[in-house]
Design a protein around this ligand. Structure first.
Ligand code: SAM
Length: 269
């Protein structure tokens, strides 16, 4: 039985690699509208066992039985933010937007002490889970904001345009396209006060074929859907109303076990 399973895995791997070569060479990409619809469908399926884990819900997926890892992931993001923006920044109560908040792995570290904490997501179940985690900490700052994936601009109707910090981790890589990422950067710029900050994590393209954005097969290629060259994301941020301040790279991440992450600190210009 084990040999049959192994053989099936090898065949599936060869098939997927072959499909990728053909699609990349013939430019057989999915249209953006399909990728956006597929992303909404994918993240809505919180009844499937893998989705809550992928949305970083506590005690699910790779975090099942490993609460220390779940807590370490958000703590690590907070430490990277403090490194780039300075440790004093969050000592003042801030109005914070957490774009793609998932199950609250960042919220439990960033929200206590916040003046308002807007958790933004395309999935109601993730917003409920994030809220639940913050209620357990008696944190009252949470405001859930849900929108449909094809209408990210709708978030602008629910969040006052006077936020201090916009941040997003493990989300830009699952956006359908780079153009979609620019839409979200434009929204971020509109939501921030004039001296507002954005703290954004991306997956970067280092020129190897494995690090290229996929642009097809949303569910199957999820963690590599959208990647950027470092200077490309820097320029995109400038075009969307930001002055990049600092960037730090993580070739290999200990907590999420992913490769090629970059954290950008951007200032609204
Ligand atoms: C990998 S989880 C990351 C969760 C959280 N940011 C973290 O660092 O733990 C991705 C989350 O992004 C949400 N999401 C997917 N597409 C989105 C979009 N277009 N805008 C906002 N959130 C999105 C998913 O529903 C999911 O909750």
């Amino acid at each position: 039985m084990a040999m049959v399973a192994q053989l099936r895995n090898v065949i599936a791997h060869v098939y997927r690699s072959g499909e990728r070569v053909i699609r990349e060479n013939l430019h057989l990409y999915d249209p953006e509208s399909k990728l956006i619809a597929d992303s909404q469908r994918y993240w809505n399926r919180t009844d499937r066992s893998c989705i809550p884990g992928n949305a970083h819900w506590r005690g699910n997926g790779v975090f099942a039985g490993d609460d220390a890892r779940w807590l370490a992931m958000g703590r690590h993001n907070l430490a990277q933010f403090a490194r780039l923006a300075g440790p004093a920044y969050l000592r003042t109560p801030r109005r914070i937007v957490d774009w793609g908040c998932g199950g609250g792995a960042n919220a439990v570290h960033f929200a206590p002490g916040a003046a308002r904490y807007y958790g933004v997501d395309i999935t109601a179940a993730s917003l409920r889970e994030c809220h639940r985690q913050l209620q357990a900490l008696a944190c009252e700052a949470f405001v859930p904001v849900q929108f449909e994936a094809d209408q990210p601009e709708h978030a602008l109707e629910h969040i006052p345009k006077a936020c201090d910090l916009f941040f997003s981790t493990y989300v830009f890589e699952i956006f359908p396209t780079k153009e979609y990422g620019s839409r979200v950067l434009n929204i971020a710029s509109k939501l921030l006060t004039n001296d507002g900050l954005a703290f954004i994590q991306i997956r970067y393209d280092d020129g190897t074929s494995a690090s290229q954005p996929h642009r097809w097969g949303y569910a199957q290629n999820l963690p590599h859907m959208t990647t950027y060259r470092i200077e490309e994301f820097w320029q995109n941020a400038e075009q969307c109303g930001f002055t990049p301040q600092l960037v730090t790279l993580e070739r290999q991440q200990a907590v999420e076990l992913g490769e090629r992450y970059a954290y950008f600190l951007l200032k609204k210009s």
